[in-house]
Write a protein that binds this ligand. Structure first.
Ligand code: ADP
Ligand code: MG
Length: 236
């Protein structure tokens, strides 16, 4: 039997009529979207249409001018900055086009830091970080600093960091945009594998190939609005 509570629990993210204005610019102009557990959503749209702004709203890195953002049932608008930051660290993982690793921390410490920021002891954090680096096939690079890693390796470290706190949702903002096609494919395969073991994903991409390979649903954005939503057939 499916109860209302079960159904509510299935929704990881819910945006209702979200608007974000920067001065005269309507970066988001009334976006409503629901993301359910286990989905892999690809978001596409021209540069400047609001994709990163939308991810930032979901991650609680920025706040809407109006409308509501709920993650795991929590209305982010009711949280103060401190609680919002903690909520983000616990529930959201994020990866970016340019990796955003900390240059003067080793691969292992970049990953471990994510858990230490939520109060996990350094010892436990390092143990889990090593497990993740191992699962992602880069354990032998654990003591290497970002500058000495290839682009593909940096993005793997960033994925490990994003997964540290077992996030309900992994947000990826053009994750293969700075990678050569071979490492891009590898990161793409990694995201597909993660989704197949249940990780909910929202991936912003310019690459239709990435969208169709990774995602079960395509959301198209233009001028701050969703212009089309479609279900994608599995290709794998
Ligand atoms: P996309 O990721 O789709 O390329 P963005 O979400 O980065 O687009 O930007 C959407 C619009 O909002 C653009 O016109 C951009 O210039 C503007 N914008 C985004 N962030 C800011 C900001 N912090 N201050 C002012 N304008 C911004
Ligand atoms: Mg962007």
């Amino acid at each position: 039997m499916t109860t209302d509570r079960d159904r509510a629990g299935d929704v990881v993210v819910r945006l209702d009529d979200v608007r974000r204005e920067y001065g005269d610019v309507k970066a988001l102009d009334g976006v409503s979207l629901e993301i359910r557990t286990g989905e892999a959503i690809a978001m596409m749209g021209p540069s400047g249409c609001g994709k990163s702004t939308l991810l930032n709203m979901i991650a609680g890195l920025d706040r809407p001018t109006s409308g509501t953002v709920r993650v795991q049932g929590q209305d982010l608008g009711t949280l103060n900055e401190t609680r919002l930051a903690l909520f983000r660290r616990r529930h959201i993982g994020m990866i970016f086009q340019f990796f955003n690793l900390i240059d003067d921390l080793s691969a292992l410490d970049n990953v471990a830091l994510a858990a230490q920021l939520t109060g996990t002891s350094a010892r436990h954090a390092r143990r889990r970080a090593l497990e993740l680096l191992d699962e992602l096939g880069i354990a032998e690079r654990k003591d290497t600093y970002p500058a000495a890693l290839s682009g593909g390796e940096r993005q793997r470290v960033a994925v490990a960091r994003a997964l540290m706190n077992r996030p309900a949702l992994l947000l990826a903002d053009e994750p293969t945009g700075a990678l050569d096609s071979r490492s891009g494919e590898q990161v793409m395969d990694l995201l597909i594998d993660l989704n197949q073991i249940g990780q909910t994903l929202l991936i912003v991409t310019h690459d239709p190939n990435l969208a169709t390979r990774c995602a079960s649903r395509l959301v198209e954005l233009a001028d701050g609005r969703i212009t089309r939503e479609s279900t994608l057939e599995p290709t794998a």
